[in-house]
Design a protein around this ligand. Sequence first.
Ligand SMILES: Nc1nc2c(ncn2[C@@H]2O[C@H](COP(=O)(O)OP(=O)(O)OP(=O)(O)O)[C@@H](O)[C@H]2O)c(=O)[nH]1
Length: 220
Amino acid sequence: MCDVMEPPDDSFDFLFKIILIGDSNVGKTSLVQSFSTGLFSQRQHNTIGVDFTVRTLNLDGRRVKMQVWDTAGQERFRTITQSYYRSAHGALIAYDISRRATFDSVQRWLHELQQYGAANVLVALIGNKRDLEPQREVPFSDACRLAEDKGMVAALETSAREACSVQEAFQMMARHLLLQNGLSACQEEETRGPGVLLRSNSRSINISSAHTEQRHSCQC
Ligand SMILES: Nc1nc2c(ncn2[C@@H]2O[C@H](COP(=O)(O)OP(=O)(O)OP(=O)(O)O)[C@@H](O)[C@H]2O)c(=O)[nH]1
């Protein structure tokens, strides 16, 4: 049944294209699935090429349509996935907090983005599988340092499995894109400056409090 109060999903104020990149099996598809349906499936097929999902967010009265391009992490699809970089307004580079190698690859993904993406693309770093705390191989402080060094807008940790901070990750990117377009997403941020996310397992890089101590408790 249709809710008469809801405008049709094709109406929007802003359209942002977001690309999700990172090594295979870090959980990119799971993050997109969690964002679009709230569901998690343990058995996930490797993405072939690129998948496409759309969801419209209501951010403080603005309808922001998010077109999310979920790319394959496997090397053999690299030529196909690179062709999607150019039109992206924002990029989420994902790694798995329990596999250091996937974090070490972030620089390579960033390099690809710089090579094939638009000059003003906004980038955020996502450490997924936060629920695997006992197997953690990447301290959150390493992610924050890298994000800061590379001029990314934020570093966050998520768990697609526990639906932890996933919505926030996409909303954060949407808010940064609104800000980039000269629009504050909400009044509170207008008084606070360009920082957006203040959760304990996330950190906005371009705010004055960027050097405050970080904690890791997930409060979902
Ligand atoms: N524990 C845990 N497992 C996760 C999480 N997110 C994804 N997984 C699992 O990690 C595996 C890989 O997930 P995918 O979403 O297919 O990874 P991907 O990055 O899209 O992989 P490619 O399509 O090959 O690039 C699957 O078995 C998921 O169930 C998470 O937050 N926590």
